[in-house]
Design a protein around this ligand. Structure first.
Ligand code: 1CP
Length: 362
């Protein structure tokens, strides 16, 4: 890597991810750069969603916005999981008030012929890597920068459903009716995701998180067959690629939402950090995941609607349940657009307060 980045002043996130001692628990929030912030809404009022993603200066600005307000221990690059289907040649629009929409989703396996399977990720998603490098410079070592990608099943489900859905029945139908084509699509996505994560790391990302947001809808049988093997493949291949390029390995996080049934397997899938949704009890997760992984999470995002005093109590309970070792405080899913920014601040402050370690115990 040729970039000369400013020295990192706060490495709590990276130490927690590697299982090293920390003087206080690191905290950040999924979707921290986003719709609940007035300054984000102001940027979005001027620029279309994917224009922000594709313009490194705008993506950098939006990534830095939450860091100006809050004492966060991590930042996450502003982008979206759906840039990969775009790189494969699909059109994705962000419809105001509705979310992502694919005007021409995949309907049958023959539609896969329309995908640009030879896509050169380094070129088609170069704007993401430029945004990562620019942001890493501008953060000036305040905290680490996280890169990310959607996991294969979650991307496949968007590409077939064409947008939000409760049942994911069109995408699940593929798994039952066209298992071979499904594996072909998942493998194609897995290879693109590996390239995308490696390129973000080479551009300056200091940890990468894989979002399998639609894991829960699969249930154990389909998850073990169509999601877990690719989640594992990605951790193995990212490591191999970094070794081949002589680039230092960075910690990896897997967030498989609602996949409680697979906690043991996820803990054994090559990721340093397992990110938990809010429906899992911290102690239960720890006993099932063992001591060799870091846990991340898992306040119910809706808990931020409670009073600041109650949020302080929730944070205290989380510190009590997770303990201060091998834990990264976070929500169990992303921020919602109607969250009060001050309530997120109350959460961050309470985590810092209750997780502070006496220096002689480190
Ligand atoms: O108009 C807007 O501004 C739309 C809001 C928005 C934002 C802020 C979308 C549309 N994407 C993003 C950014 C984003 N998306 C980030 C970077 C910012 C950050 O985390 O701070 C990340 C990591 C994502 C990841 C993402 N996009 C996921 C996985 C995480 C999760 O929420 O489960 C998913 C499923 C998407 C798809 C997506 N993009 C946007 C929407 C509205 C959706 C559908 C899911 C949803 O309703 O949130």
């Amino acid at each position: 890597m040729d970039h000369k980045f400013p020295p990192l002043k706060n490495d709590l996130l990276l130490r927690a991810a590697r299982g090293e001692p920390v003087e206080r628990v690191p905290v950040w929030a999924m979707r921290q750069a986003g719709r609940y912030l007035p300054e984000f809404k102001a940027t979005r009022a001027e620029h279309e969603f994917f224009k922000v993603c594709r313009t490194p200066e705008l993506a950098c600005e939006v990534t830095l916005q939450p860091l100006r307000r809050y004492d966060f221990d991590a930042s996450i690059i502003f982008s979206d999981i759906l840039v990969i289907p775009q790189a494969l040649g699909m059109t994705v629009e962000m419809v105001p008030g509705k979310g992502p929409s694919f005007p021409e989703p995949l309907v049958t396996p023959e539609d896969m012929e329309k995908l640009d399977t030879k896509c050169k990720v380094a070129e088609s998603l170069s704007y993401v890597y430029e945004a990562v490098t620019l942001t890493r410079m501008k953060i000036d070592g305040q905290c680490p920068l996280i890169g990310f990608a959607g996991a294969p099943w979650t991307l496949m489900s968007y590409m077939i459903e064409g947008g939000g859905t409760k049942t994911h029945s069109k995408a699940k139908k593929w798994l039952y009716c066209y298992p071979e084509a499904s594996h072909k699509l998942l493998q194609l996505l897995a290879d693109v995701i590996v390239d995308h994560l490696v390129l973000q790391i080479c551009a300056g990302a200091q940890l990468v998180q894989l979002f399998e947001s639609h894991a829960g809808i699969l249930g154990p049988n389909l998850f073990y067959k169509f999601a877990l093997p690719y989640i594992k493949y990605i951790s193995v291949k990212v490591r191999e690629a970094l070794t081949a390029k002589e680039v230092e390995h960075v910690p990896m996080t897997i967030f498989a939402k609602d996949a409680h049934f697979a906690l043991e397997e996820l803990a054994d899938s090559g990721y340093e950090v397992i990110s938990l949704d809010w429906t899992i009890k911290p102690k239960h997760a720890r006993s099932r995941c063992g001591e060799n992984v870091t846990l991340q999470g898992n306040l119910d995002p809706c808990a931020l609607y409670a009073s600041k005093e109650e949020i302080g109590e929730f944070a205290k309970e989380l510190v009590h349940s997770f303990g201060t070792k091998r834990w990264i405080a976070n929500l169990g899913h992303g921020m919602y657009p109607d969250h009060d920014p001050e309530h997120l601040e109350a959460f961050i402050e309470a985590i810092h307060k209750y997780s502070q370690q006496p220096s002689d115990e480190l």
